[in-house]
Write a protein that binds this ligand. Structure first.
Ligand SMILES: *Cc1c(COP(=O)(O)O)cnc(C)c1O
Length: 662
């Protein structure tokens, strides 16, 4: 839908008159235009039908263009003259922004320019915690603000423009009306209002419609028509893709022959909206992060509030409530025994910090020969050097950086599926390594239960329990990398809970801020912290953006959402739906295995898949999944519902049936 959303700084500011005059000006300029209302309250009932008042004004301005009468202009009409949420409640109905947006799309079908006139100001409630802003975000049209030039208008206009921009909406400009009759000698005040609003909001004054008793159509339209030349041109769809291809690196790509990318305009809940307006159901949660869905209002609110107070301050010698509150909450939620938190700026950096903690721990104990890490093959811990050194040596990047990476000690992939009985044979090699080399080992580092980016394998909790025992027997530390699995993804808050295991050092990241921004943390036991710090020792790490208050505030809000929602039930439900919709893939040719744990669904193919081919197929089928290697998998936001999950599964089945993976 192309057009503008028209909102007021308040009710009774002349919004309907301005809308009608703009509509007429557009029609006069040769556009196929229409003005619509999502909700109209105060509609008297005549002959069993509700009569909306605003469209009669549109009609008066556009009689010549709609000789058969003005078309239906309102999605919803209510009798009482009150706020939409109250009118709907009294009628026993609800106002859903998605449904209103769909209704407007339908009414606006066939027009090239649609003016959507809101009801009152932009924060007018629709019920269920939603406001007109939610509808505006869904429609994503540039917004025209109508302001009546009267006492207080500067305040209201500036607040409205600021609020709209804070919600990611484009403000096309301000239309001043003079609905309140001028008084003798206030012309200079009114002139200053216009000037001040223009200067302070930075939004153009599109038109200044004088007070015209009786609102004569031709005269009001002539004033409103000035706006047409000042309205911004629509943003080009897919603009910038050439620049992107020529100059911007994307993850793991060639600068010369990058894989195609899709341009995203916005993301909300379980939906990613592309620049061309197509909506994709998100099956990736942006690499495990967006567990509550995109643009969760509580996360956005926390970010906005912290942004207004203090986006950042150094953490050396200073501290602040967002960090204190977050660390307190993290220690409350984490397995018992973890007592100290180190905040890092990304998962990889938290892994570096964890590795350094382990080495400093051994040095502090005088065990300077313990400098290596033990891990299993098939792991992934990040892209920085220490982290790369413990990634799978074959899938990972060891061959490229072998001169740089420390040599670590690898056991085979844990060959003990989560859902099968545990076979002790899978642990023999690990035990042997420890018998022979434990004197060199400072720590074990693994992803508990789920090996993520290294192959999406789910291994048996007994393996994890045995690692814990081995660590204790040989006096080495156990580092668990829960960057992918933390915060509910596997059905437990932390995946180590499947084995009842507490690590000495725990890394969290990814979902920590609910997918809003980058932040990670390393949690350590009292023993680790005390040993490193004995005899005046200090832990040698301190990123510039350590403890970033903005990220901490959002992370705290995300943990708050986990605490206040039944995420366990959600993840459990998603698990069932993933089994239901991905399970049938087992029967398809070329499929090696299908497995589901918590909100993770994996279809493993026999051969590496054609990533660009599948990517295109999925986008064309309205879903966002990004396969890698032999894996087509989903780890959607926990708020995904059954029909959406079914569409993810159907898209995967259809892709394999259509051989899009070849
Ligand atoms: C993603 C990931 C990392 C790296 O985190 P970044 O924020 O990408 O640096 C480390 N470990 C695991 C298990 C991960 O999934």
């Amino acid at each position: 839908m192309n057009g503008y959303f028209i909102t007021g700084t308040d009710t009774d500011v002349g919004k309907t008159l301005a809308t009608a005059a703009l509509l007429r000006a557009l029609l006069d300029a040769g556009r196929r235009a229409v003005a619509l209302k999502p909700v109209q309250t105060g509609c008297p009932e005549r002959d069993g039908r509700l009569v909306a008042e605003d469209p009669t004004v549109y009609s008066r301005f556009t009689e010549e263009y709609f000789p058969g009468g003005y078309p239906e202009a309102c999605c919803r009409k209510f009798v009482p003259a009150c706020s939409p949420h109250l009118a709907a409640e009294m009628a026993g109905e609800t106002l859903d922004p998605d449904e209103l947006a769909a209704g407007l799309e339908a009414l606006g079908h066939g027009y090239d320019t649609v003016l959507v006139e809101g009801a009152g100001g932009c924060a007018v409630p629709l019920g269920n915690g939603r406001t007109m802003l939610d509808l505006m975000q869904r429609l994503d049209l540039p917004v025209i603000v109508v302001a009546d030039n009267r006492l207080g208008v500067v305040n209201h206009a500036l607040m409205t423009v600021e609020t709209l921009r804070g919600h990611g909406l484009d403000v096309a400009g301000v239309v001043m009306t003079n609905a309140t009759p001028p008084t003798e000698g206030d012309a200079w005040l009114r002139r200053d209002n216009v000037k001040t609003i223009a200067e302070m909001s930075g939004a153009p004054i599109l038109a200044d419609i004088p007070h015209l008793p009786g609102a004569p159509v031709a005269e009001v339209t002539a004033h409103a028509a000035r706006a047409l030349d000042r309205l911004p041109q629509p943003r080009p769809v897919d603009g910038g893709l050439d620049f992107d291809r020529d100059h911007i690196w994307h993850p793991y790509t060639s600068a010369l022959e990058p894989l195609p990318v899709n341009k995203v305009r916005s993301a909300r809940g379980t939906r990613i909206v592309l620049d061309d307006g197509r909506e994709l159901i998100d099956g990736m949660a942006s690499w495990w992060c967006a567990i509550h869905g995109y643009a969760h209002p509580e996360l956005t609110r926390a970010a906005r509030a912290q942004l207004g107070r203090m986006p950042h301050v150094m953490f050396g010698g200073l501290t602040h409530d967002p960090a204190i509150g977050l660390c307190r909450d993290l220690l409350d939620m984490a397995p018992d025994g973890l007592e100290h938190v180190f905040l890092a700026d990304s998962g990889s950096v938290s892994v570096e910090a964890a590795i350094k903690m382990a080495l400093q721990y051994m040095q502090a104990r005088g065990q300077t020969e313990r400098t290596r890490l033990f891990t299993v093959r098939g792991g992934y811990h990040g892209d920085t050097c220490g982290a790369m050194s413990v990634c799978d040596p074959d899938n990972g990047m060891h061959h490229l950086f072998s001169g740089l990476l420390p040599k670590q000690i690898f056991a085979p992939v844990p060959d003990c599926p989560f859902h099968a009985p545990f076979d002790p044979e899978c642990f023999r090699e690990t035990e042997r390594i420890f018998r022979e080399r434990s004197g060199e080992i400072a720590a074990i580092i693994v992803e508990p239960i789920v090996q993520g980016a290294g192959g999406m394998r789910f291994y048996h909790p007994e393996y994890l329990r045995r690692l814990r025992r081995l660590a204790d027997e040989h006096d080495v530390l156990l580092i668990l990398d829960e960057i992918a699995t933390g915060f509910g993804r596997t059905g437990k808050l932390f995946a180590c809970e499947w084995g009842g295991v507490t690590p000495d050092i725990l890394c969290v990241g990814k979902a920590l801020t609910g997918g809003t921004m980058t932040l990670a943390a390393v949690l350590a036991t009292g023993d680790v912290a005390r040993t490193i710090s004995a005899d005046g020792g200090v832990f040698m790490h301190g990123p510039t953006f350590m403890g970033n208050p903005l990220a901490c505030a959002v992370a705290r809000a995300s943990l708050g959402i986990l605490r206040s929602t039944d995420w366990r039930a959600q993840v459990h439900a998603v698990e069932g739906w993933l089994k239901e919709s991905f399970g049938p893939c087992r029967e398809l040719p070329g499929v090696a295995d299908v497995r589901v744990l918590g909100a993770i669904g994996v279809v493993e193919m026999e051969n590496p898949v054609n990533v660009p081919g599948l990517q295109r197929f999925f986008v064309d089928h309205g879903v966002w999944l990004r396969p890698f290697g032999r894996l087509i998998y989903a780890m959607p936001p926990y708020i995904i519902n059954r029909p959406e999950t079914a569409r993810l599964g159907a898209a995967v089945r259809d892709a394999i049936t259509a051989r899009a993976h070849l």
